[in-house]
Design a protein. Sequence first.
Length: 267
Amino acid sequence: MNCPSCGQQTEEGKFCTNCGAQLPNEEYAATADPTINMAPQVNQSGQREQTGNVQKPNEAAEKLKTAGSNFGHFFVTLLRSPGEAKKANSNDLISASITIVIFSILIALGYHLSLNSVSTGFFGGPSFSFFDSFILPLIEFIILFIIVAALTFAGVKITGQTLSFTDVLAKYGGYLTPFLVLYVIGFLFTLVGLSSFSGLLILVSILGTLLIAPTLILLEQPASGFDRIYVLIAIYVVSLLVLGFFIQSFIQNILSSLMGGSLFGGF
């Protein structure tokens, strides 16, 4: 190699054998190059991560938009023609689940407002927690609807029909649509003071979810197994027992709050 200082040929090393000047370190230069080349790769990976982070929210937003659009079409179709619920299948599971959740929310909201009216009706009356007056009824009615759908699916299998659980749940959510509307009407009548008529509508809407919807599902297809009449009777009994259990828990909750409130605090 040639010395950069004197231009004379010298042997490889740290210093020139002719003038003693320090020679450039080739190993350092060789190892330094890869480090320089790594910088663009880090930036590219960072750009890919940023792009992925941007795409994920967009994908989630698209999924929510699609689910909302499908539910709107599902609800409007069944509102116009409730009998179309017999065509529902596993592809409508999300829309049916949304219907079940909305129905449960409205029932829990009605229960919450009723308890608040009871609380404000007494001078210094008891106070009910938001969990007891809304969250707990919401969870219990979602569980109730799932239990009824599961009982209906068991009845479908006992009677020898060919439906999956997701098909039954989708159909059940579809058949809830007119009863959901009926409940909303009853709820609105309650707000304007028509308590007696609104109570009838609400009762019919809730009983319809427990009795009529399973009946319509079991009568859709020919049965080759156990007689459907006995299966439906069993579904009715179990569903009403579960509803009674939940109502009992609601009453116990109200009584415990009343007994613990200031209304009876002096006794």
